[in-house]
Design a binder for this molecule. Structure first.
Ligand SMILES: Cc1ncc(C[n+]2csc(CCOP(=O)(O)OP(=O)(O)O)c2C)c(N)n1
Ligand SMILES: [Mg+2]
Length: 555
């Protein structure tokens, strides 16, 4: 007879989980030992569990397919928690296989035991503790189902080591035939679509808001068609970048707290809001302040409970984003709506205003003899392919890199809803392992980079040719003015090692850019090398990004 850990891994692999990441502990050892790296599975050993969760998170964001964070006990769970919470808050499908000490140790409160479910209870979509060997497979199967069914999320399984190593004596459980979010695609009711068509016919300035749901459903091409048929501008979030090619004139980019000022005008001035796979989160709508007074909101979401939660809606449609767009496009092709000339002028003005705002910012760099972030962003815009994958940390630097427009499968990844530091490196490694032929750039702050610097070793060992760009201002730049606002400044300024030399010590390429005019060449060289690289950019510490008031003030 097979052991529980054997049948559990067979089940996961049979269901299509190919990516596993974690750090070994006594409770995960049998799993890791059995996880021989093959086409069907890859185990990435990390130097800090936050990075394991970020690696698995990024891969799932790109594919819709969950990976497995394989962690030891409460210590591993708590170390991984920033990455797990980041995934949970951004609705990433993820399996957390949390191996723990034997049941009797847990009962006695012995060494290395602590409840692993309670600390993550507010974040996980689903949690289960396996109490008996016969229960193991059904528990893992249910967790996988929960991760991808409906709104995706984190499912955590607590598996004690004595259960893992016991003989499996439960029923056979068939592997999942399909393991990706969305598991099912609920289709919209045709009658409701006709009602929506009537609303659209009466609207002069409809705006389309998209969120992570649109990304997971693969709604991109259908969304472009819908936007074109309506000639409606599209506003994204940091969880739905590049779903609609950002070089398309109707694709404005992200609004809100993690977005850019002029894009919010598209929402504020609209007379109909169509939210497709968007939670209408405070991040996109600046705590609802961008939502136009009295204008009807129609929200399309795979999860009925999400509809109307953030703002009252005229009506909601429970549907997968792509299924909705396909059905709406078909209806509008049959019964086309006229696009008023005023809407064309409105959409053109919004797009021009946004372009001008970015151009003004780019050309408005101060001349201080130090590297300005504008130089870095301009080089990104000039030299990165449209399908680039960029990851970002939390802080001032997290507003610079996301100014790059992406399309053709390109995207930006960050800890959006949680806003945690320390995810950019892991997200980038996960993205590069998943998409080895794509250019992957990690934008990190000097503060956030040292969070997980040990995993530069993971990047090198795994031959993940990420280019890390460190916006090095020798401070927690975004926090300094916040402390200063109360008087004396402390706790925000720090020294840093030379990251270029550090890169070389790790076996990566290192570049130091400390004078204006040199960044583009370093970027091009790093990308062309096809090797992991770190570009340490010594930026003007006085430079600040153009953040909207709410994100500047939010404490
Ligand atoms: C885990 C975590 N701790 C603290 C914070 C608060 N915080 C947000 S940004 C930031 C500073 C980041 O500094 P750095 O990476 O150097 O970026 P900069 O703002 O200088 O660009 C801090 C401490 C956070 N978001 N996450
Ligand atoms: Mg900094």
């Amino acid at each position: 007879m097979a052991k529980v850990y054997e049948v559990v891994l067979d089940f996961l692999q049979g269901s299509g989980i190919t990516l596993y990441a974690g750090m070994v502990g006594s409770t995960t050892a049998p799993y890791v030992s059995r996880l021989v790296d093959t086409e069907a599975s890859r185990y990435v050993a990390v130097r800090h569990e936050q990075v394991a969760a970020a690696i698995v998170d990024a891969s799932a964001r790109l594919t819709g397919r969950p990976g497995c964070v394989l962690i030891h006990g409460a210590s591993g769970a708590l170390a991984a928690s920033l990455g797990i919470a980041t995934a949970a808050k951004d609705n990433t499908p993820m399996l957390v296989l949390n191996a723990t000490q034997e049941r009797i140790a847990m009962e006695g409160g012995f060494w290395q035991t602590a409840d692993v479910l309670q600390p993550l209870a507010a974040l996980a979509k689903y949690q289960i503790r396996v109490e008996r060997p016969d229960q193991a497979l059904t528990a893992v199967a249910r967790a996988l189902h929960e991760a991808v069914a409906g709104k995706p999320g984190v499912a955590q399984v607590d598996l004690p080591i004595d259960v893992s190593t016991a003989e499996y004596d439960g029923p056979p459980v068939a592997a999942m035939l399909r393991l990706a979010a969305p598991l099912l695609r609920p289709c919209p009711d045709p009658e409701v679509l006709s009602e929506l068509r009537r609303l659209l016919a009466a609207a002069e300035r409809p705006v389309i808001l998209i969120g992570g749901g649109a990304a997971y459903s693969g709604a991109g091409p259908a969304l472009v068609e819908l936007a074109e048929l309506l000639h409606a501008p599209v506003v994204s979030t940091q969880t739905s970048r590049g779903v609609v090619d950002e070089r398309h004139p109707l694709s404005l980019g992200p609004s809100g707290i993690l977005g850019y000022e002029p894009i919010g005008a598209a929402i504020r001035e609209a007379d109909l809001v169509l939210a497709i796979g968007s939670r209408l989160s405070d991040m996109q709508t600046v705590r609802g302040t961008l939502l136009p007074n009295g204008a009807p909101i129609v929200q399309i979401d795979i999860d009925a409970a999400t509809i109307g939660r953030s703002a009252p809606v005229a009506f909601g449609i429970v549907a997968d984003a792509r299924a909705f767009c396909d059905a709406m496009v078909a209806l509008l092709r049959d019964e086309p709506l006229e696009v008023p000339a005023s809407r064309r002028r409105w959409a053109a003005r919004l797009s021009q205003d946004a372009d001008r705002w970015f151009a003004d910012w780019l050309s408005g760099a101060r001349d201080t003899g130090k590297v300005q972030p504008q130089e870095v962003v301009a080089a990104f815009r000039d030299h990165l392919p449209a399908d680039v994958i960029m990851t970002h940390g939390a802080g001032d630097h997290g507003f610079y890199g996301p100014m790059v427009k992406v399309g053709g499968g390109g995207t930006h990844i960050m800890s959006a809803t949680l806003g945690a530091m320390g995810c950019s490196l892991g997200h980038a490694i996960g993205a590069k392992l998943q998409q080895p032929t794509r250019t992957v750039i990690a934008c990190s702050g000097d503060g956030e980079f040292l969070f997980n610097v040990g995993d530069v070793e993971t990047m090198v060992r795994e031959k993940a040719a990420v280019v890390v760009v460190v916006f090095n201002n020798f401070r927690l730049g975004s926090q300094r003015p916040r402390v200063a606002a109360y008087g004396k400044v402390q706790g925000t300024d720090h020294g840093n090692p030379d990251y270029a030399r550090l890169a070389e010590l790790f076996g990566a390429r290192g570049y130091r850019v400390d004078k204006p005019g040199a960044f583009a060449a370093a970027l091009r060289d790093a990308i062309a090398s096809g090797e992991p690289a770190i570009i340490d950019v010594i930026v003007d510490p006085e430079a600040r990004p153009p953040r909207i008031a709410m994100s500047r003030e939010a404490k």
